[in-house]
Every structure is written in C-alpha cells, then in structure tokens.
Design a protein. Sequence first.
Length: 72
Amino acid sequence: MSAAASEASEPGYEAARAELREIVGKLESGNQSLEESLALWERGEVLADICQRWLDGASTRLDEAIAEHDAT
C-alpha cells in the first residue's frame, strides 16, 4: 500500500482518539485474554501515533502562522 493510500485510510484525529479511549477502557477492565490484550495494545500504539502526527501537524501550522504574523 502506498503512503498516500495509507494516509487516506487513516482515521482523523477525533476518530483515532475515540477509538483509543475505547481501547484503554477495555484494557483497564481486564476482561480480555492475553492475546486480545496484546492486539488491543498494538492497535492503541498505532492510534497514539496517528493522534501524535495530527497534533504535531497542528503545532507546525500554528508556528508557521505565528511566524508569518510576526514577519508582517
């Protein structure tokens, strides 16, 4: 799968965060087998990465906007 196709299928920030919160709740409940818990953990890591990329992108955009404003 190309990077563009991968990004197109990635959830947005809000969707990734909501799914991550759901996974955390399931893990905290302790009602899963070890195998299920590991799968949830791995999915959570992917979602946390997605959220971090969104936040980093937003921070970069803000920094650029501030720099542009300060330059004028």
